[in-house]
Write a protein that binds this ligand. Structure first.
Ligand SMILES: Nc1ncnc2c1ncn2[C@@H]1O[C@H](COP(=O)(O)OP(=O)(O)OP(=O)(O)O)[C@@H](O)[C@H]1O
Length: 572
């Protein structure tokens, strides 16, 4: 079975009560519709012959019709609930998986593609139980009609059976073709979304370059392919509708002719002929399933795309916690993505600067130190424990990261700095609710002070309680909030990847001093271009040509002209 179909089956299985409610209402409704011709036929015969029981059968008729209506209403409600439940569950699963897969997800799929797959495609996949059950329910009248006709006049069963085989063949061909076409349609949708997200990301550059019109054309360039796929879908629909639709009137005519002869010969009553004609129509109900099958085809196409995302390997985490330790980081025989780190130790509590020309691998080394990426060879250890063996929570508690362009998460500035609920001592100044709302942990304010963010945060009318969306921040202020987050969260190791590049020289010096004098004595790894950062560090790791060219104190390395050349043209 293909991965998309496996996902559809999984959704039906894990759909809670809804697939069952759908199946029960669909089958009961179909069974009711199946019974209607019989009870009407029987009632007509009794009333025409003025036999006793006609009144009772009239009541039975009313009961069956009412039952069918109730099933129909319940079915509509269950269809909505089933789709919403399945889409929500799937979206959550895809989102968790994408975030768990980390970098691998955005390397494999452009962001717009991921958003389309986790949003629109997950929703389309969620409709699978509804469409599947509705299509399957149409088998009930078909089978029932065959049985009923066999009881009334076996000759008519053969005629109907042949017609049903023709309809089934047309429907199978339609489902196959439209699944492929729907997949292609969704692929183009994802492509357009990916181009759009790219353009939004570079909106400032586009505006500055005055290329908005070209960019709009580039984003919409796949539209003709989208239209072509749409037309193919319509054509497939029309072909199947014509093929299966032609069979229905033909069958009805044949059944009526044969039934008419049988009536004339006295082999059928009027009521039986009426019932036989109705069953012939009911038996071809499958031909009305094109809409459901079209939905199922879209769900299958979408499921295949969602399954590709779910197939991304997620980063496995161990269960170990860290023993007491100073935060010593060891690289043992490490190689990753063309960078050979070999053996390298960052002593607990020390400051290490990573320097090298652009593209030399500073960010990669920083990513390896806190397991944002895994090495292809070798092991990275924190206080003697391989990072791979640490639980996710322990790892993230131990290591704090700050980046050049931090993404701030949470509702308020306080949350962006300290995501975990405040449990430590509260800030003494929390009596000033306007700028430090009650509940803000002392560590959040401390971290903001160290990152030189406290002053500008307090200047905002709502201070630490300012909603992130309303906080007007420059690039440097944003970086300082990112730094504060790292200071507040990393218990043993702080990794700063170009995290002070937007700060002016004075602020950068203040942040560096706070970092150097870190009162918690954490290990610090700083990837930077600035000479001053290297000069203040306990040791410098110098990267060049895909390896560690040298490491040691800055003063010792400075004697090498090639080392000095790394900083030529860089900020002091
Ligand atoms: N987290 C990561 N996972 C895997 N590969 C990475 C990661 N970060 C960077 N790389 C790769 O490492 C190589 C070196 O890039 P890197 O960003 O580390 O250079 P850099 O020295 O930080 O450059 P710059 O000074 O311009 O920021 C590139 O091929 C990049 O794709």
């Amino acid at each position: 079975m293909r991965s998309g179909d496996r996902l559809v089956v999984g959704i039906v299985r894990r759909g809670g009560p809804w697939p069952v409610v759908l199946a029960v209402t669909a089958v009961a409704g179909a069974a009711g519709e199946l019974a209607i011709p019989y009870v009407i036929g029987r009632t007509v015969d009794l009333l025409v012959a003025r036999q006793p029981g006609g009144g009772t059968w009239l009541l039975v008729c009313a009961g069956v019709v009412a039952g069918v209506m109730v099933c129909e209403s319940l079915g509509v409600w269950a269809r909505g609930a089933s789709s919403a439940h399945a889409a929500a569950t799937l979206r959550l699963g895809v989102l968790r998986h994408v975030l768990g897969a980390g970098h691998a997800a955005t390397r494999r799929f452009p962001e717009g593609e991921l958003v389309t797959r986790a949003g629109l495609n997950a929703e389309e996949t969620g409709r699978a139980p509804e469409t599947l059950m509705s299509a399957l329910a149409l088998l009930v009248p078909t089978v029932g009609a065959l049985v009923a006709l066999t009881l009334i006049a076996p000759l008519l069963t053969l005629t109907l059976g042949l017609g049903i085989v023709v309809i089934l063949l047309a429907l199978r061909a339609f489902l196959r073709a439209s699944t492929v076409i729907a997949g292609g349609y969704q692929e183009v949708q994802g492509e357009i979304a990916a181009r759009l997200v790219e353009a939004m990301d570079g909106a400032r550059t586009i505006a500055a370059a005055g290329t908005a019109a070209q960019e709009a054309r580039r984003v919409l360039a796949p539209l003709p392919r989208l239209r072509a796929r749409g037309m193919e879908l319509w054509r497939a629909n029309a072909t199947a509708a014509v093929r299966s639709g032609l069979v229905v009137p033909l069958l009805e005519v044949v059944v009526l002719i044969v039934g008419g002869f049988m009536l004339a010969a006295g082999d059928l009553t009027v009521g039986e002929l009426y019932a036989a004609a109705r069953y012939a129509v009911l038996g071809t109900a499958l031909s009305t399933s094109l809409g459901h099958l079209g939905g199922l085809a879209r769900a299958r196409g979408a499921a295949a795309r969602v399954a590709e995302v779910l197939a991304l390997p997620s980063v496995p985490h161990g269960t170990r916690t860290l023993p007491a330790g100073p935060g010593t980081v060891e690289f043992r025989d490490v190689t990753a993505n063309g960078l050979t780190v070999g053996d390298l130790t960052l002593p607990g509590g020390s400051v290490t600067a990573v320097v090298g020309r652009s593209g030399s691998g500073k960010s990669l080394l920083a990513a390896l130190a806190g397991r944002l990426t895994d090495p292809e060879r070798g092991t990275v250890l924190l206080d003697g424990v391989p990072l791979r063996e640490l639980s996710r929570a322990e790892l993230r508690r131990a290591v704090g990261y700050a980046f050049e362009r931090p993404v701030l998460l949470g509702d308020t500035l306080a949350e962006a700095i300290g995501r975990a609920p405040a449990t430590g001592p509260r800030d003494a100044s929390s009596r000033e609710p306007a700028v430090v709302p009650a509940g803000t942990a002392h560590s959040v304010v401390e971290a903001a002070r160290a990152a030189c963010a406290d002053v500008f945060v307090r200047r905002l009318p709502l201070g630490y309680g300012t909603p992130l969306r309303e906080a007007p921040m420059s690039g440097g202020e944003r970086q300082r909030i990112g730094l504060a987050r790292a200071f507040a969260q990393g218990e043993r190791l702080l990794v700063l990847d170009d995290a002070t590049s937007s700060l002016d020289t004075v602020t950068e010096r203040q942040v560096s001093q706070a970092l150097t004098a870190d009162h918690l004595g954490r290990t610090r790894l700083i990837a930077a271009h600035r000479l001053a950062t290297a000069a203040r560090a306990d040791q410098v790791v110098w990267l060049e040509d895909g390896k560690v060219r040298a490491h040691g104190p800055h003063d010792a390395l400075w004697r090498d002209p090639a080392y000095r050349a790394v900083f030529q043209g860089a900020a002091p």
